[in-house]
Design a protein around this ligand. Structure first.
Ligand SMILES: C[C@H](CCC(=O)NCCS(=O)(=O)O)[C@H]1CC[C@H]2[C@@H]3CC[C@@H]4C[C@H](O)CC[C@]4(C)[C@H]3C[C@H](O)[C@]12C
Length: 325
């Protein structure tokens, strides 16, 4: 499972937890403006916006999981098992494969408005990346600093929802995730009044009692509620380090510790392999990994963005422990 989120202070922050049991050698990957983007069914793109993101380290092609372009549009792809439907080629539409979805949009969109326009003619076509890398069922959270949307490829077509809560997890569909929040309208950051009964003296014996009932398990429906409540009520100082710190704290409220989500014997568990955080205004990518709690950053604007070769930074995944004696 995965969780995506965004956060605002003076800048806009966007990112995700990548939860899985297998790593495909993830790495930071920058696509400069003149890297030739090859597409399966539409024309190749010789020049486009520069993109920074996290991609699988299994092929030359930037197989992005999440990314942000130089205009501040960011996308994260999350698992959507059993719900994602990809289609046959439709000659009247723009046929893009799921693994081309992030490159196609980020190479040309200035804003969510642009993304929405591009989505109108888009057909997500069922072409595998390769025999060993078949299609994976995905849905996407897409944000810029002004708005956020969710895109779900459903049986009856590509569904685009406005995203008023700034989070996404996995199943079920986004409309149900939003509806489910109704069940938690009583949650509060404040100490609740005793409305149980006038006849009983019930004591506010602890801080934090207003959020009793907030789910704490790792299912996608529960993580959605937890992440939405945490994000909605989050506050921090507005500086860069405080904002980035707060962003990572929002996503660590739904992190998956190794051992809690059993997948298979022997010892296969889903866990939070990495957490990313983009400052979309400055195009800086920050990340942490399961073992490396130190924040590592890559600044898009420090690269030569007019190049034509991908720029890759392997993940730093070993613990960085600051011994002081
Ligand atoms: C598995 C991940 C979702 C994490 C998640 O939610 N895990 C819970 C599973 S569960 O919900 O608990 O069952 C997703 C997220 C992004 C995906 C890659 C996107 C590019 C590329 C697309 C190609 O077509 C296939 C290979 C490819 C490398 C993809 C592999 C895999 O699919 C990735 C890593």
């Amino acid at each position: 499972m995965c969780t995506a989120s965004e956060y605002f202070t003076e800048n806009h922050y966007f990112g995700r937890n990548f939860d899985y049991e297998i790593s495909y050698n993830e790495r930071v990957c920058i696509t400069p403006r003149n890297y030739e983007f090859k597409f399966r069914k539409i024309e190749d793109m010789e020049s486009h916006y520069a993109i920074i993101g996290i991609a699988a380290g299994i092929d030359e092609y930037p197989l992005y999981y999440d990314a942000c372009n130089e205009k501040g549009v960011a996308i994260a792809g999350l698992n959507f098992a059993g719900n994602a439907v990809y289609r046959e080629i439709d000659e009247d539409m723009v046929n893009v494969t799921p693994f081309e979805f992030i490159p196609y949009l980020l190479s040309q969109a200035d804003s969510i408005e642009d993304v929405k326009n591009l989505l109108e003619n888009l057909n997500l076509v069922n072409i595998n990346f390769s025999e060993s890398l078949p299609l994976s069922p995905l849905h996407w959270m897409i944000s810029d600093k002004n708005s956020s949307i969710i895109v779900e490829p459903l049986e009856d077509g590509l569904k685009v929802y406005d995203n008023p809560v700034g989070v996404l997890t996995n199943n079920p569909t986004f409309d149900i995730q939003l509806f489910n929040l109704n069940n938690y309208r009583n949650l509060s950051i404040k100490t609740p009044e005793n409305t149980f009964s006038k006849n009983l003296e019930l004591d506010a014996y602890s801080r934090g009692m207003g959020a009793i009932g907030l789910p704490g398990d790792l299912s996608s429906l529960s993580r959605f509620v937890k992440a939405a409540f945490t994000r909605e009520n989050s506050t921090s100082e507005t500086g860069e380090s405080e904002s980035v710190s707060q962003f990572f704290h929002i996503l660590s409220s739904v992190e998956q510790q190794k051992g809690l989500t059993f997948i298979d014997d022997p010892d296969v568990y889903e866990y939070t392999i990495y957490t990313s955080c983009y400052n979309t205004d400055e195009c800086i990518l920050y990340y942490k990994t399961y073992y490396n709690h130190q924040i590592t950053a890559v600044d898009l604007n420090k690269e030569n963005l007019d190049g034509d070769n991908l720029i890759v930074y392997p993940f730093i995944d070993e613990a960085q422990i600051n011994f002081i004696n």
